[in-house]
Design a protein around this ligand. Structure first.
Ligand SMILES: Nc1ncnc2c1ncn2[C@@H]1O[C@H](COP(=O)(O)OP(=O)(O)OP(=O)(O)O)[C@@H](O)[C@H]1O
Ligand SMILES: [Mg+2]
Length: 171
């Protein structure tokens, strides 16, 4: 049996009982629940982590970023970096975490990866005191090549429900 077919068979069996466990899916039904999930994720982060937030327009990527920032102890209001591309929040003297800085990037309006390099992204990406969160990471594939990342995918369900997959699942 190939390892792929073994995985499939194992999944077939487990899916009958615990499909959420197998796929490690998380569900939120409100904005507040997404913030709370972000806070929980923040508690598991290490300095240097790069989080890729994937999901369609309005999926809740920025909302998740707000939760992570809250969990890291950032009291500043987190605003979407759609136009500024990159926002930097410093946590100097924070007692809650060894993370000194949160960098929040949104590449939605980015024209080329070079433009992100020009505004200094390489000073932060993967740096040992920095957590980076990236919305629309698929637009900066080259910058992310060979970088260890945590992928968070958000899929809109009916109403305000969202299904979240974290790979690897750090919760
Ligand atoms: N369960 C939920 N999780 C996250 N957001 C939710 C949820 N239910 C409702 N919302 C609402 O959906 C919207 C999500 O917007 P948000 O800016 O977080 O999305 P986004 O993925 O960052 O969008 P964009 O692609 O434009 O950057 C917000 O208005 C939020 O209040
Ligand atoms: Mg957003």
């Amino acid at each position: 049996m190939t390892s792929a077919s073994f995985v499939m068979r194992t999944y077939d069996k487990l899916a009958l009982v615990t499909p959420h466990y197998v796929f490690m899916k998380h569900t939120t039904n409100t904005t507040e629940e997404m913030i709370t999930l972000g806070e929980k994720i923040a508690k598991k982060l290490n300095p240097g982590d790069i989080i890729l937030l994937q999901g369609e327009l309005g999926a809740g990527k920025t909302t998740m970023a707000k939760g992570i920032a809250k969990g890291l102890g950032i009291s500043d209001e987190i605003v979407s970096p759609t136009f500024t591309i990159m926002n930097v929040y410093n946590l100097e003297n924070s007692k809650q975490t060894t993370v000194n800085r949160l960098v929040h990037i949104d590449t939605y309006r980015l024209e080329s990866e070079d433009n992100l390099i020009e505004i200094g992204v390489e000073d932060y990406l993967g740096e040992q005191d920095t957590v980076t969160i990236i919305e629309w990471p698929e637009k900066i594939k080259e910058l992310l090549a060979n970088k260890k990342t945590i992928e968070i995918s958000i899929v809109k369900q009916q109403g305000d429900s969202r299904e979240i997959t974290i790979t690897p699942d750090i919760l």
